[in-house]
Design a binder for this molecule. Sequence first.
Ligand SMILES: [Zn+2]
Length: 281
Amino acid sequence: MNLWNTRALGLALAGLAGALAWSQLPPPPPLNLIKIADDLHMLEGSGGNVALLTTSEGTIIVDDKFAPNVPQIYEAAKKLSDKPIRYLLNTHHHGDHTGGNAGMMAKEPTEILAHANARDRMIKGAMPGVPRIGYRDGITVGLGGVEVRAMHFGRGHTDGDAVVFLPKHRVVHMGDLYSVAGPFIDYSSGGSALEWVSTLDGALALDFDTVIPGHGPVLKKADLREYRNKIAAMAKQMKDLRSKGLSKDDAVKAFDPKPLGWEPGRLLARALPGLYDEVGK
Ligand SMILES: [Zn+2]
């Protein structure tokens, strides 16, 4: 994770990501445009991964990073297609995935959609660029003969996570239900490690080959299956520590993320006390 991203994520998670806070940061570093298909690209770099689907009737975008990334996302979309950006889907409410909402809406009359819980959390948190449309189980957007399905399979990273499925492309955008460096269970936003597993089972039942994670490189379905098993192993390890009679503090200290292949990063570490509580219920 680059330094700009770390500082921006800090601002976003602290709920400070307003214009004043952004003015303290230098401009964001350039983003990498990665081609998945002729009409489907990913923008990698600061914040969450952005998917750009171009159709004969307009462009559909999934997630929009931080507010300062809007010019970069807009420019990339316009280079790929001169058609309007018609729809923008947020995978969840976090500011590194929705930070560009207000800026993108200011550029074009783009309709933004998110799970109802994600939308509610943006309203409660006074986050800018609240999506106009919320949905519960899922919603399908059809444009230029291409379908994009946003689906909710239950709690995981938050209680408002969407899996965005592109059946024609056999691609899913997982948002932070799949973050390659390791999961962050956002208990303050209704996240759940135990439900995360069944949520990923729901996603894995879809017919796809390629996975766009919330953060990290483009991956395959087998990688997502492995991640699902690691989430289950993470919960089991904490349950085992708790069963041995360890206190919350001791269990958090004893928890070892290395067998899971994840860095003992601060996001995972922050969720461990909540995980101890959850597995004891
Ligand atoms: Zn997130």
